[in-house]
Ligand binder design. Structure first.
Ligand SMILES: [Zn+2]
Length: 426
């Protein structure tokens, strides 16, 4: 069965289903000269689909996706090669069948999908549903964020699978170690200041920030207000606002009018989506200087790099010193599969106190991909001193945990390999 023999909607169902089955975070549809290639991002690795699509069908997929995310195809067509279009979240309903979840090895998914009516259909030709439509108990809602970038010839589509249910995890379940609870509480109990959560794209910054704030809310019942673009994880405990630059003036929410409108709402803690440029980071800095504990994310690999990055964006050194109180840096590395990991006798000699460490089995098993299954968080925590230039000598800080000690603990817990511990830390 070739992809081209199915119609575009059937193909979309197959792709979404594969995404769910692989536990993929992203789906990429890349047009090439002769055909269109499909890729999945699983645990930060790219997996190519063995099937390729006809470019004509890929273009139909593009139109279906844009239409179903509320975008305007006619406008989108105007956009030239370098434009980046970010469209709102789309909702679809999938009915998960246990046999598909459990047997990840041999099933030919396409054939199963053709035989069984796997996906919930609202009507004959579409499985997209209105947000308002009631979700039945045996169904789950999956959200995707769609981005289409146009190339001189063709386009590339990135579809990020947003796992809203993560909001219920505790920090410990996310992988923050019990022995670091004290420093985490110290960060959460800071009366004011800026807290930066940094990491690469896909390192789970949004999940961590949301869990941090949810934890604060549950322990202290503080009023938490978020301003995001768009809202990534909905949480009933927060007052969440989305950047809205269109429509009538009184309904507009922008980073620049944020101070006058939302700060009057008297929040205790503020989450400001992603700091991408000087404007957004300055919004966070000024919110923190008005006496609010302010959280935001930034693209940087580690604590040291974060301060360089801020200076590079154009923030002044004194502004960093007066506002920045804490940096949480994180990265995700593939997690060993518990089902097939094997003892690593060779590297045992590097480990103090005879503890068993593990490595991946090269073949893997039916529960994993080449010996790894899921991701493990490795983090770095720093509380900076108020208004002090010591902030630039991170290593001397009293409240500082580095990635190496976190990774070593995870190595002893059998979650990562010695090679990852030695080579993969950023
Ligand atoms: Zn395995």
């Amino acid at each position: 069965m070739k992809f081209n023999e199915l119609d575009a909607m059937e193909i979309l169902k197959v792709l979404f289903t594969k995404m769910v089955q692989y536990n993929a975070t992203d789906l990429y549809i890349n047009t090439k000269r002769r055909h269109t290639e499909i890729q999945y991002r699983v645990d930060e690795r790219i997996i190519n689909d063995n099937n390729v699509l006809d470019n004509v069908i890929a273009d139909r997929l593009r139109m279906i996706l844009i239409q179903n995310s509320g975008g305007d195809i006619n406008n989108v067509k105007e956009v030239k090669s370098k434009a980046y279009i970010k469209l709102p979240v789309i909702n679809i309903n999938l009915k998960i069948q246990e046999e598909l979840k459990s047997d990840t090895n041999t099933i030919d998914i396409i054939n199963i999908l053709l035989k069984k009516n796997f996906l919930h259909k609202k009507n004959k030709n579409t499985f997209f549903v209105d947000e308002e439509e009631e979700i039945k108990e045996d169904e789950e809602t999956f959200e995707f964020r769609l981005s289409v970038v146009y190339k001189p010839k063709g386009f590339t589509i990135a579809l990020r699978y947003i796992r809203n249910e993560l909001k219920n995890f505790s920090l410990e379940e996310l992988g923050f170690l019990k022995q670091h609870e004290n420093i985490i509480h110290k960060i959460q109990n800071l009366p004011k200041g800026l807290i930066l959560i940094v990491g690469a794209t896909g390192s789970g910054k949004t999940t961590t920030i949301s869990t941090f704030l949810n934890d604060i809310h549950q322990r202290t019942n503080k009023r938490i207000l978020t301003i995001e673009d768009p809202i990534e994880i909905t949480n009933e405990n927060f007052e969440q606002f989305e950047i809205n630059e269109e429509g009538e003036e009184e309904y507009r929410i922008t980073y620049s009018n944020f101070k006058h409108t939302l700060l009057r709402q008297k929040p205790d803690c503020i989450l400001i989506g992603e700091s991408r440029d000087l404007d957004t980071i300055m919004t966070s800095i000024s919110a923190s200087l008005t006496g609010h504990l302010t959280f935001t994310t930034l693209h940087a690999n580690n604590v040291k790099e974060t301060i360089d990055r801020l200076l590079e964006i154009g923030v002044e050194r004194y502004q960093i010193e007066t506002s920045l109180r804490s940096i949480i840096s994180q990265q995700m590395i593939p997690k060993l599969c518990d089902n097939c990991k094997i003892e690593d006798k060779e590297n045992q000699k590097h480990i103090e106190g005879n503890k068993t460490i593990y490595k991946e089995s090269k073949e893997g098993c039916e529960k994993c991909y080449k010996g790894f299954n899921g991701k493990e968080i490795i983090y770095e925590l720093a509380i900076l001193k108020d208004g002090s230039t010591d902030n630039y000598k991170i290593k001397n800080l009293e409240n500082y945990i580095n990635k190496e000690e976190v990774a070593y603990e995870k190595l002893l817990q059998g979650k990562i390999t010695y090679n990852q511990y030695k080579k993969d830390l950023l």
